[in-house]
Design a protein around this ligand. Structure first.
Ligand code: SF4
Length: 336
């Protein structure tokens, strides 16, 4: 029986049975309409903010567990049971995506989960969003090879700016991260879409862009996606790059790189999902009209996954409906 499923960007019609809504998920979020992956079911494999990096632009704020150590974090069955429940009716999805408010490859059980999805749901495409830090490990690289598309990041190519922008765990070298990405290209037959996040006046200076272009050339991804800030990041000095500047950077990179380069556009809203989910927006509006809150506060109070809240806040902020203020406990939102 077709039902309307609430997504971050509006109601979508799916052929789901009502039992779908009876289960509360801890590891799944969405499906969200993502600008890079269309209708995407998020699978979150790590607890909140476990990451080897602490990027200045991170929309889920500062990393609380800065680490490269891999852990199981959760019983695998806990994640697979949720997946099986969600997938019972084979909903329409463009991708099942490992992402979340942390680095998915830190989960030492990721291989088991990938193999399960590929064997039980072979008709679905599997995507991995990763900062790429652990890809210099042969073990990690081998584990993620069955994914259909891997979306790693590279924001700086010099150690100085890597430390300034990505603030890695002590001892991490950007040269190792680049070497890992090159190794990924050599061994991986699937699509690599490399995200480059531009921090204006920091990473878009000529010397850094030259290094980045050379590194991207060595990595040879299938696609380069230029990104910039949508809503306040971990540090308030990070500003969004203008569209004009992103176009200039794209042209500069294209002078020597053969692969397609795109500026990640604002979400193109599908016709059947014209606006963010009204009920969730209503809840957010009610809450933010009464008192300011961080994204994490809202996720906790409304019992909605942080990534789903983040996607809606991004939209509402772009529409000028939110006021943002940076407090000691993070970026606080209130309704204008
Ligand atoms: S942006 Fe991604 S890689 Fe950077 S700190 Fe946030 S979760 Fe980690």
């Amino acid at each position: 029986m077709p039902i309307t499923l609430k997504t971050a960007l509006g109601n979508r019609i799916y052929n789901l049975e009502p039992h779908f809504r009876a289960m509360k998920y801890k590891h799944l979020f969405g499906p969200v309409v993502s600008r890079r992956l269309g209708v995407s079911l998020g699978v979150d494999l790590v607890p909140y903010k476990y990451c080897p990096l602490n990027c200045v632009y991170c929309e889920v704020q500062n990393t609380t567990h800065l680490q490269t150590r891999r852990e199981a974090f959760f019983p695998v069955n806990e994640i697979l049971t949720e997946l099986d429940h969600f997938m019972l009716d084979r909903p329409h999805l463009d991708y099942i995506t490992f992402s979340g408010a942390g680095e998915p490859t830190l989960n030492s059980s990721i291989s088991e989960i990938i193999l399960y999805i590929k064997s039980h749901y072979p008709e679905y495409k599997l995507a991995l969003l990763t900062n790429g830090v652990l890809l210099d490990s042969d073990e990690v690289l081998q584990e993620i090879l069955p994914c259909d598309v891997i979306l790693p990041s590279l924001d700086a190519a010099s150690q100085e700016l890597y430390e300034k922008v990505n603030r890695p765990q002590s001892g991490l070298l950007v040269s190792d991260q680049i070497a890992g990405l090159i190794k990924l290209r050599e061994r991986y037959a699937g699509q690599i879409w490399l995200e480059v996040f531009i921090v204006p006046e920091i990473t878009d200076v000529p010397a850094e862009l030259k290094l980045l272009r050379a590194a991207i050339g060595q990595i040879s991804p299938d696609l380069v996606q230029l990104n910039s800030l949508d809503r306040p990041g971990a540090e308030d000095w990070v500003k969004a790059a203008s569209t004009q500047r992103l176009k200039e950077i794209k042209n500069y990179l294209a002078e020597e790189l053969a692969m397609p380069i795109e500026i990640i556009a604002k979400i193109v809203t599908p016709p059947e999902a014209k606006a963010p989910d009204e009920e969730i927006v209503h809840l957010i509006r009610g809450s933010l009209s009464r008192r300011e809150s961080t994204a994490e506060d809202l996720a906790f109070m409304l019992d909605i996954h942080i990534n789903e809240i983040s996607a809606i806040l991004r939209e509402l902020n772009a529409e000028g409906k939110l006021q943002t203020d940076r407090r000691a406990r993070g970026v606080c939102y209130s309704w204008k």
